[in-house]
Ligand binder design. Sequence first.
Ligand code: ZN
Ligand code: ZN
Length: 156
Amino acid sequence: MTYLGSCLCGRVQFKAEGPAIDVHYCHCRMCQRATGSAFAILAWFDLGDVLWTHGRPKILRSSSTAQRGFCADCGTPLLLHYDGEHRLGLMVGTFERAADLVPLRHASLESRLPWTDISENADKDFIQPAAAVIAGSMSDTCCRLPGPQPTSSEIS
Ligand SMILES: [Zn+2]
Ligand SMILES: [Zn+2]
């Protein structure tokens, strides 16, 4: 199935070939800042299955391990990409059929804002190592795949 999405102003549009590899909430501080909200909801697709059909996201190196992308015109957060990974996390709210991308688990619950209701059926047992959260030095480790990763790669 093909999913279509865009930023708020429509300058950046994309197409992603599903099904998504993974869909989950992330409550880490980086995702809270990047979205300006209590959590992100990310849908991961193979890099080769995502096509920018109009415009391009502006890419920000948000930490030593990852880049995030957003619309340079309207600021909508669009993506998270870990160096060396062959998958791209897209923000679920930017999809036309966002309701079809059902998050199945919660990541980084240690940073969850206490008033965030997570009483749904998603898997709450998935908690990232607390080492990912170091006060004052945030890093994008929340949703990274386990195992060794190549040191750097730029998404194009
Ligand atoms: Zn935009
Ligand atoms: Zn996160």
